[in-house]
Design a protein around this ligand. Structure first.
Ligand SMILES: Nc1ncnc2c1ncn2[C@@H]1O[C@H](COP(=O)(O)OP(=O)(O)OP(=O)(O)O)[C@@H](O)[C@H]1O
Ligand SMILES: [Zn+2]
Length: 701
């Protein structure tokens, strides 16, 4: 008889509690089992196994779900480490690591594969007709199309190897022929970077390269070296939808041996990609956050692009940061890590500064200089619908020259705030207490925090008034107004509302590349885009992020402005940027004006030092929630009494979530272990739900 200790996820349990069950079946650590728990049947993971037990009564396992453990030894170890490091339940870590469909079941939609024709290295003689046919094909293209044109000639070219066939899940983007196997001659800076990283004995590198300095090519060359030595490569990107060009480049370079893993895949597609890695059928994985848990067996290199990006931090349980996982896995596999960004996180840059990471820099763009920044002082400018005359003139010039413009407004919807003109009351979400936005197309009010929507009422709930301030605007209104100002311009809007559908990002971006004049949107338009014809970037409301007064507001604003600016003039035209601000002397604006990351870093580090914030201290937030705000406050105060070894801020009441009041404590310590031990002490002593966020990137979410 086997006695197994099983992790179960249940509200009533304290962190990482296990229960003992018995079974006669074969079972190993890490297998999923179905077990009775109270009146319920739950699925748990086996934590350990023994053949003895001193309990009087032991319930039996109902079913062993996996003949072999789903996760290998490395990933099981990683789950234990994560649970300890982030003070979070081990079962949530195990669950996070696995693709949603562990086993394809008939209820899942199956992937449909398509055959693509790729250019092959054929040999042998061809008839003149076949030669003309071959020359007319623009690779890659769907095989079915070629067959329609001539079945026999297509087959002949396949037989002779002039056409190679590749299976791809339907709907997956294919490498554009333009990028086909095309690698650049590296600039001397790029060459130097590749050389340093490949020759050095250090493990973690920070590649700090200004926007448009060609970091991608450095990545690809490093990947190439590692792949030729037979090892695997993990290439992490923040958001797949925004990096179609990057994906094309990687797939064009490395062909079939690539898996692409991200949140827009359905369960079956994820499972397929996961299996490809597990069975070592691919050598390189390009993916977002969750790809960091792929079951590699022989990892040789991890590349993390835009390492500062907040999407690398998971904001629900387990609240991990991809960078931490990357370093853990690199250590396990004995491989190198390259973190890259034009605006590295303060934390990473501070480590590089101290020599913990090896700093490698790219200081120039490939063939143009950095874009020219204009800070537009909105206190003195004449504006039309929130747009300054300077920016409008610059847009007109671009329209006349058939160049492209990107506009950033970091608020979606039509009216971001509904404030009554009679009594001043703001319409708020009853669940969160935060302002509701009006969305004109759907004609409804929406809470951007919880997503709840309400029918539009043109009546103030407090005084019955019918007039609302029209002073602020979101992307939906900006689009409408730009279209009035520039009636013949082709304007494309990209924000959470226009990108709900699968592959919507790609569609909008290729529409922009083909025929767009203006791309406007939220922070999505600031990330990673590389369009040759964009020579103007406008930032409408540059101060909005600074108003938040979070400890990282300056850093996030600097990143956003510098990254957005970086989309302008990347290839041949000299770029220009107009930043609309009410405070052009604020130091973040001054640093962006000169693309001066170093100065930003030094000054911001001083503020962090004075305020005792990361990276000078280790920080954690604890949030206690309850329908009764007094109870939430009481729990927070109890926890505070346990936190003797660290500095504590709060408790303070913060915005509600799901009708529950929330109270927050902020814990800080100079020493990581002190903080870690203190949080564990609280987590063990206080049962029930505490939302623990170790090393948060923001205080307010
Ligand atoms: N050696 C090279 N010669 C010519 N063009 C190059 C070279 N390396 C890169 N490029 C081109 O320069 C442009 C910028 O490169 P890339 O997109 O890699 O920049 P980046 O450093 O990732 O910038 P960002 O941080 O803004 O994303 C791209 O269009 C790329 O194709
Ligand atoms: Zn809400």
């Amino acid at each position: 008889m086997n006695y197994v200790q099983v992790y179960i996820e249940h509200n009533s349990l304290s962190l990482n509690q296990t229960f003992t069950y018995q079974t006669e079946q074969d079972v190993s650590v890490g297998c999923r089992v179905k077990v009775p728990f109270g009146h319920q049947t739950l699925i748990g993971f086996v934590d350990s196994i023994s053949n003895q037990c001193d309990l009087d009564t032991v319930k039996s396992v109902l079913e062993v779900l996996d003949p072999k453990p789903l996760l290998n030894v490395e990933l099981l170890d990683l789950a234990s480490w994560m649970s300890d490091y982030y003070v979070t339940s081990k079962i949530s870590c195990l669950k996070t690591m696995l693709p949603p469909a562990l086993k394809p079941s008939s209820s899942h939609t199956h992937v449909i594969y398509e055959q693509w024709a790729m250019k092959g290295n054929g040999s042998g003689s061809l008839t003149p007709k076949q030669t003309t046919f071959l020359a007319s094909i623009s690779f890659p293209c769907k095989l079915s199309q070629l067959r329609k044109q001539s079945r026999t000639m297509t087959q002949r070219l396949i037989d002779q190897g002039y056409i190679a066939i590749e299976q791809r899940p339907k709907g997956m983007s294919m490498p554009a022929s333009l990028h086909e196997n095309h690698s650049f001659t590296l600039t001397s800076e790029q060459k130097q970077a590749v050389l340093i990283i490949s020759k050095s004995n250090d493990t973690v590198f920070l590649l700090h390269g200004v926007t448009g300095s060609g970091k991608t090519e450095v990545f690809l060359q490093l990947a190439q070296q590692v792949l030729s030595s037979g090892k695997q490569v993990l290439f992490l990107v923040p958001e797949i939808g925004l990096t179609p060009m990057m994906i094309n480049q990687v797939s064009a370079r490395f062909g079939k041996r690539i898996a692409i893993y991200h949140s827009q895949l359905n369960a079956q597609e994820k499972y397929d990609q996961y299996r490809l890695v597990k069975e070592h059928k691919v050598d390189i994985v390009v993916g977002t956050r969750s790809a960091v848990f792929m079951p590699f067996s022989d990892l040789g290199l991890i590349l993390m692009d835009e390492e500062h990006d907040s999407s690398y931090k998971q904001e629900n349980m387990p609240r991990y940061h991809t960078r931490d996982i990357v370093k853990w896995r690199a250590n396990y596999h004995g491989c190198k890590v390259v973190l890259a960004s034009a605006t590295p996180s303060l934390e990473s840059y501070a480590r590089a500064y101290k020599g913990v990471y090896h700093l490698v820099t790219l200081t120039h763009r490939i063939s143009v200089s950095m874009p020219m920044i204009h800070l537009v002082d909105m206190k003195t400018q004449k504006t039309h619908f929130g747009l300054s005359q300077d920016l409008l003139d610059a847009i007109s010039i671009r329209l006349n020259r058939r160049e492209q413009t990107i506009l950033l407004l970091n608020r979606r919807g039509y009216l971001p705030i509904m404030r009554c003109m009679d009594c001043g009351q703001i319409m708020t979400c009853p669940d969160c207490g935060l302002a509701l936005s009006y969305h004109k197309k759907d004609h409804q009010l929406m809470c951007h925090c919880c997503g709840r929507t309400f029918p539009y009422a043109n009546t103030c709930p407090s005084c019955g008034g019918h007039h609302f301030y029209q002073s602020s605007m979101g992307t939906e209104k900006l689009e409408e107004q730009l279209q009035t100002l520039f009636p013949s311009a082709h304007i494309i809007r990209m924000d959470a509302d226009t990108t709900r559908k699968k592959r919507a990002h790609q569609k909008l971006l290729s529409e922009f590349e083909r025929s767009g004049d203006i791309l406007l949107g939220t922070q999505m338009v600031a990330k990673g885009l590389d369009f040759a014809r964009v020579s103007l970037v406008g930032i409408i409301n540059a101060d909005s992020g600074l108003a938040r007064l979070d400890f990282s507001s300056n850093e996030l604003t600097y990143d956003l402005l510098e990254q957005a600016s970086g989309r302008s003039g990347r290839q041949s035209q000299q770029g220009e940027v107009f930043i609309q601000t009410f405070d052009p002397n604020q130091y973040v604006m001054r640093c962006v004006l000169h693309h001066d990351y170093q100065r930003f870093f030094k000054q911001e580090m001083q503020f962090r030092h004075l305020g005792m914030y990361p990276p000078y201290v280790y920080m954690c937030t604890l949030i206690f929630s309850d329908v009764d705000s007094n109870k939430a406050m009481k729990k927070a105060s109890q926890a505070k009494k346990l936190a003797l070894s660290v500095k504590v801020l709060g408790p303070v009441e913060i915005s509600m979530r799901q009708k529950k009041a929330r109270c927050r404590l902020v814990l800080k310590a100079k020493d990581q272990k002190t903080l870690h031990d203190c949080v564990w002490k609280i987590a063990k002593a206080m049962k029930g739900n505490i939302d623990i966020n170790m090393y948060p990137m923001l205080l307010e979410e």
